[in-house]
Design a protein around this ligand. Structure first.
Ligand code: 5GP
Ligand code: ZN
Length: 136
């Protein structure tokens, strides 16, 4: 066993409720779900977070996320889902192995996301410039 929980789950050394596996990607149910069917989709190769995961691998994960989210909707009667990614501790990432959350959504499930707060005058354009100037 190494010290990454998710690597140990992939190897089967920690049991999980697996829903999907291919050569490079693994998906299983979150042990502490926001709603039943909350699924984690992870690369089999260990990368600490999304930002460190190669683009080529990320681009393979998106169709898998699409496939699983449709199975969640059809299989569990979810009417929508949130695709969430916590990147870094400040963003709430607890397990340092890159993962996407697929959270099934049901009417009146009580989950409220993304509380918004307005920009101060002129800050929106300045913020957009700072981002645009750092695209690599
Ligand atoms: P994070 O906050 O890092 O984005 O989310 C990590 C998620 O992993 C949490 O939602 C947590 O419930 C889930 N998790 C942590 N340990 C285990 C485990 O041993 N098994 C499973 N199935 N999920 C886990
Ligand atoms: Zn790992």
């Amino acid at each position: 066993m190494n010290d990454c929980i998710f690597c140990n789950i992939i190897k089967g050394e920690i049991p999980s409720a697996k829903v999907y596996e291919d050569d490079e990607i693994f998906a299983f149910l979150d042990i502490n779900p926001v709603n039943p069917g909350h699924t984690l989709v992870i690369p089999k190769e260990h990368y600490d977070d999304f930002s460190l995961t190669p683009n080529e691998l990320l681009s393979k994960m998106m169709p898998v996320i699409d496939k699983i989210s449709k199975a969640i909707m059809n299989g569990l009667g979810a009417q929508g889902f949130n695709l969430e990614l916590n990147n870094g501790r400040v963003a709430g990432q607890i397990v340092p192995h890159a993962h996407f959350h697929i959270v099934p959504r049901f009417p009146d499930d009580g989950l409220h996301l993304w509380p918004g707060k307005p920009y101060a005058e002129g800050e929106m354009q300045k913020t957009a410039e700072k981002i645009k100037n750092n695209l690599e």
